[in-house]
Design a protein around this ligand. Structure first.
Ligand code: HEM
Length: 386
């Protein structure tokens, strides 16, 4: 049995060791840490309202762009990896294992297997909680990971996923973050189950998990983010405004350090989920399979005819064929602008290229501004892998 299983009921939290005059111990019962590993499960996170296209989940699912060789390399450099995490633990607050008699055994240093357990718990919850939107919380988890990361400013080094400052007002109240409480709340039971993980690691891991579980590419992920307090909240206005044009897209994403190709690839995440009138004011999904990661967003953007929707709401576009799908003004800017359009057309035709390039750029997004102690990333096993 794994060390964490043996000791799960006796994990204790030690208040931040650095910069503290006194150390307070809080005993966390953490019964969920001792829960048996769930049996293999398949994602039930599929649309109940839309048909999944033939080239959807199965055709695109489980493509691994991070090679097995990468995982082996991970193993060989594991000592260093664990050491780095140990240092992080000491800086941000450490977890100690306790024996049954509550005497400390040593610092809890999560292993890759521990992070895989967190992944499995998120995947399990995604599969279980299907009574939401189109049948999955996956899309809103992706949006949480992106909004937590997309505040990064390369000039000042502020913002980014390190800190999870969206836990606090004013950042949680920024208009762009409307609706993300749903995603943060969805992850709370996972945080309670694995109290040693930081919110900022958890939110990004949740996004990586959602992409993979919804049939997208592997998203190699590494831990090392520390939670920060309210003082690290970023000012409003760092995330994009969907009513604007290509200049705005370039302004926002080049501030984070992305080029045209990367901007287009990232926005391809609009294959997932939908807009909600009570959140952004916009309405509807971008394609017919909003809980399956595909290149459909690009195919529809390139091939459909899009007309302005006639309604009493913000300017958005609808497909001429069915009148049920939507595009935002910023989405339409991707085909208006020549520099963007060539990538839209490429991704529309070449799903493999999109999957590969999306994976690379989403990994980059989740890591902006994080002072990692390790270069080694974890390639998580999906819920339907052996
Ligand atoms: C120009 C850039 C972008 C703009 C203006 C934009 C805007 C929006 C808006 C208005 C919504 C609807 C929110 C709601 O009403 O619930 C949305 C949803 C979403 N966005 Fe974006 N977005 C952009 C880029 C991205 C990127 C880079 C990603 C991820 C890599 C992403 C992932 C998502 C996802 C998954 C949803 C669906 C959420 C759900 O179903 O609840 N977006 N976006």
């Amino acid at each position: 049995m794994r060390r964490s299983d043996e000791n799960a009921e006796a994990i204790a939290y030690v208040a931040p060791l650095i910069g503290c005059d006194s150390i307070s111990f809080y005993l966390l019962l953490g019964p969920s840490c001792a829960q048996p590993r769930p049996p293999l499960f398949r994602p039930a996170a599929r649309s109940t309202r839309f048909a999944i296209p033939a080239n959807g989940l199965r055709a695109s699912g489980r493509r691994g762009y991070a090679s097995e060789a990468g995982s082996e390399k991970s193993g060989s450099s594991f000592g260093l990896w664990a050491l780095g995490l140990g240092a992080l633990g000491a800086a941000g607050g450490a977890y100690l294992y306790l024996n049954g008699d509550s005497s400390p055994k040593g610092p809890f240093v999560p292993t890759k297997a521990d992070y895989q357990k967190v992944y499995d718990a998120v995947a399990r919850r995604l599969a279980d909680e299907t009574d939401y939107d189109d049948g999955s919380y996956g899309p809103v988890l992706v949006r949480l990971a992106w909004h937590a990361s997309g505040t990064y400013d390369k000039e000042t080094g502020t913002g980014g996923s390190n800190g999870a400052t969206m836990r606090f007002a004013p950042e949680s109240d920024h208009g762009a973050n409307a609706g993300l409480k749903t995603a943060r709340d969805f992850l709370e039971p996972i945080k309670a189950q694995f109290p040693w993980i930081t919110y900022s690691d958890l939110w990004t891991l949740g996004g990586a998990c959602a992409i993979q579980e919804l049939g997208g590419p592997s998203i190699p992920w590494r831990p090392g983010r520390e939670d920060r307090d309210v003082a690290a909240c970023t000012p409003d206005g760092r995330l994009p405004d969907a009513a604007k044009d290509q200049r705005h897209i370039r302004d926002i994403f080049s501030r984070m350090g992305f080029d045209d190709r990367e901007m287009v690839a990232l926005i391809g995440a609009h294959a997932l989920g939908r807009c909600h009138t009570d959140r952004s004011g916009f309405d509807g999904p971008w394609n017919f399979s909003p809980t399956v990661f595909t290149n459909e967003f690009f195919r529809l953007l390139a091939e459909e005819k899009w007309v302005q929707k006639k309604w009493n709401g913000p300017t958005q576009f609808t497909d001429k064929t069915t009148g049920t799908l939507m595009m935002l003004p910023t989405d339409m800017a991707l085909v208006k602008d020549k520099g963007f359009k060539k990538h839209v057309e490429r991704y529309a035709k070449d799903s493999d290229a999109f999957f590969k390039e999306f994976s690379d750029v989403f990994v980059k997004l989740l890591e902006l501004g994080v002072p990692f102690k390790t270069d080694d990333r974890i390639v998580f096993k999906t819920s339907d892998s052996e």
